[in-house]
Write a protein that binds this ligand. Sequence first.
Ligand code: AMP
Ligand code: FES
Ligand code: ZN
Ligand code: ZN
Length: 330
Amino acid sequence: MKCRVCRAPGVIDIRRHNANFCADHFLRYCREQVARTIKEFDMAAPGDRLLVAVSGGKDSLALWDILLELGYDVDGLYVGLGIGDYSDVSGTYVQNFVSTFLEPRGERSTTTLTHIDLRSEYDYDVPTAADATGRAPCSACGLSKRHLFDKAAREGDYDVLVTGHNLDDEAAVLYGNVMKWQIDYLARQRPVLAAENGFPKKAKPLVRLSERETAAYCVLRGIDYQVEECPMAAGNRHLEYKHALAAAEEASPGMKQAFYFGYLRDAAELFEQSNDGAPDGAPALLACESCGSPTSGDTNGQPRCAFCRLSQRAAAAEPVPVELLQTRRR
Ligand code: AMP
Ligand code: FES
Ligand code: ZN
Ligand code: ZN
């Protein structure tokens, strides 16, 4: 197994590209894939300020590192979700990355990390919110994260909010949306969404890299990351879709990329057009009376966003540790 570029011994094979790489050329390959994606989808312009949401996992830490290597002006945002030890450990990996990778970078150490903690700043955590509202944990988690990401990007005046969703994530979400024919989601699954209605521009620059590649990137760069799955992920459909696609990819390398990029090339626009013609259209957005975020929801005629409704109910409830939530949900 020799590197496709320099013929030195290879350290990784990428079957869908029928290529092997040495460590150095693999790191360059990852950066080139990200640079190509940003350009192809017009994700960021020179001089833009980026905010990357970092979870402590391999994808978002690799992404932060790659964006800095590519010369972008990018800060990090970590949200402590209060999912027991899992969140504490994830936060430690983010902190370690900052102290071992960012601070020694000299002139580039101007990059900052914002840490938002749900329990100390909003008086709730994800397990308590799931319990208090009867929502699935991932739904309470996703709602909280989306709101805080948007708010941080707006308040920090960032041009783009970037996340570490990779090819496996996006192909699995697409697979789920197709299985259920979720036309409204299929109309919004491009890796870049323009800023609109007070929401920031959002981009997923890792969609050309698989999770095996982002893991290898971190190992070769010496970036330590959270390897555990979220304890509330068990039974999550997304994981089932990932397994189904992994089996298809194993039998036919390149299938996942063909599925996702084929959708972007040939189908995304059709779903966008059919959604534009929806008879009810999108409801007008108002400012949430409590936090000012754009919202279509209301409580007794007062505009009130889903985050404020969720966080208020959860903050009024007795804290529920993740272990207790798990026994209650069994
Ligand atoms: P997930 O939904 O856990 O697959 O994460 C998708 C992306 O969301 C990650 O790659 C990160 O960019 C971001 N993300 C997830 N969890 C957090 C978190 N706790 N704090 C900040 N960003 C996060
Ligand atoms: Fe759904 Fe963590 S809350 S995976
Ligand atoms: Zn090489
Ligand atoms: Zn609100």
